[in-house]
Design a protein around this ligand. Structure first.
Ligand code: GDP
Length: 207
């Protein structure tokens, strides 16, 4: 229930516009259409909390939501720009890379990253890029990683197992400490994996 306190806090097009300080930050990243907004909204039990990331002109922004008491939030949830639109021109791709690399590599209070991947497709080339950005900090235990295999309701049991296995294989070498990485089958419509997601994030906030 901690996530139900989530509310819009601020939006930033550059790293230096984000609040400084030590509040743990939980970042949601993923390919456009992977189900990022749906997962954030389901987690927060708010139909339209994450929508700004889809507003034209705002698609390259980082949107922050505050969690906890109004006057003293105890964490931020960061909705990072979705990536991978085939139509996006080169300049925008480069800007995306710079924002993401900067954020993931230097954001000091980043506690963990939730990477949303469509369970039917697995990691795309840009997901791999993103994994490259975060691997150093995951490997040295600085940040955690949770991969959500989204839209799991569209898979048969057997397909779901295969999707899970493939993701686990890919991530196996990434962390020194197994507890720093996780993979979950997730469905916003069926609420599959929702409790595990909430529990994992809550643990990240306490760490
Ligand atoms: P985003 O671009 O990553 O924020 O993705 P959205 O959350 O907007 O979802 C993209 C599309 O996938 C939308 O049409 C959603 O309705 C659909 N979608 C998202 N989550 C699920 C899910 O768990 N199950 C199914 N079947 N569809 C989903």
């Amino acid at each position: 229930a901690w996530a139900h306190t989530a509310r819009f806090f601020t939006t930033a097009s550059q790293l230096n516009q984000l609040p400084a300080g030590d509040l743990p930050e939980l970042a949601f990243v993923g390919r456009s259409n992977a189900g990022k907004s749906s997962s954030i909204n389901t987690l927060a039990q708010r139909r339209q909390l994450a929508f700004a990331s889809k507003t034209p002109g705002r698609t390259q922004h980082i949107n922050l939501f505050a969690i906890g008491p109004k006057d003293a939030p105890d964490a931020y949830l960061a909705d990072l720009p979705g990536y991978g639109y085939a139509t996006v021109e080169r300049g925008a791709k480069l800007r995306w890379q710079k924002v993401m690399a900067d954020y993931l590599e230097v954001r000091r209070n980043l506690a963990g990253v939730v990477l949303l991947v469509d369970s039917r497709h697995g990691f795309t080339a840009l997901d791999e890029r993103l994994l490259d950005f975060i691997t150093p900090r995951v490997s040295n235990g600085e940040i955690k990683l949770l991969v959500l295999l989204t839209k799991a309701d569209k898979l048969t049991k057997r397909e779901a197992q295969a999707s899970m296995q493939a993701a686990q294989n890919r991530l196996a070498s990434l962390a020194t400490d197994e507890a720093d990485i996780g993979v979950l089958l997730f469905s916003a419509t069926q609420r599959t994996g929702l409790e595990d997601l909430a529990e994992t994030l809550h643990a990240w906030m306490q760490a």
